[in-house]
Design a protein around this ligand. Sequence first.
Ligand SMILES: Cc1cc2nc3c(=O)[nH]c(=O)nc-3n(C[C@H](O)[C@H](O)[C@H](O)COP(=O)(O)OP(=O)(O)OC[C@H]3O[C@@H](n4cnc5c(N)ncnc54)[C@H](O)[C@@H]3O)c2cc1C
Length: 204
Amino acid sequence: MKKFEVIIIGGAAAGMSCALVLGSAKNKPFAKNKTIGIIIHQKASALASGVFNNVLGLKPATTGKEILEDGKQQLAETYPHVVQIEKEKVLEIQGESEDFTIITNKNKYHAKTIVVAVGPSNLFNISGLLQYVEPHQKLPVAKKRIQLKNKDHLITNGIYVAGVLAGWRSQFAIACGSGASVATDILTKWNNGQPAMVHDKIED
Ligand SMILES: Cc1cc2nc3c(=O)[nH]c(=O)nc-3n(C[C@H](O)[C@H](O)[C@H](O)COP(=O)(O)OP(=O)(O)OC[C@H]3O[C@@H](n4cnc5c(N)ncnc54)[C@H](O)[C@@H]3O)c2cc1C
């Protein structure tokens, strides 16, 4: 069974943002040798049918499909040590913090920490997480969306939720920010509780 320090489930706005920030810490001593995986099942992403005119840094009329494809490429080219596991759907999570098993429709993986970023669909059916499901608090009731109970993104020891599934309203920038926020929480944990961020800057 392939082993990871952290596995992100869901490869769209929140999941990819989390993976990029975690990947960007590769030169920090506390992140050395930390194995990161992301399970990228993109079929059900809200991005798939969207067109984006209101996102800082994106050219107006960028399609969600482009964001999904470009995101995978950015991650692969910039942080190739982050393992992209494509076209697998997570069915079940077993175990506890430091010792999770993630079961997909094709494989099993081991992870110490999990980030769940699979969107707010009421078809959510990942076994092992169903006890945390509750109605979404910030989306129209008629849409019947769900969120996972959490405190500042933490569901329980070792499991974080990110994106709209964490209870945020559905805007691309909010979902990305939520994923990035979880990444910095994990980096801070790796850094023995000292606040951690990753900022690249222009060389003089
Ligand atoms: C038509 C439309 C237009 C939009 N336009 C805008 C806009 O103009 N501006 C804006 O800011 N926002 C817009 N949005 C909202 C924006 O797309 C969402 O807020 C954002 O995509 C949410 O990101 P997320 O990562 O939380 O969830 P998602 O993007 O939904 O990603 C969830 C990911 O998890 C994967 N997944 C699901 N189940 C599993 C599983 N069991 N195992 C593994 N992976 C799984 C899915 O396939 C998907 O890739 C629009 C949304 C729609 C639907």
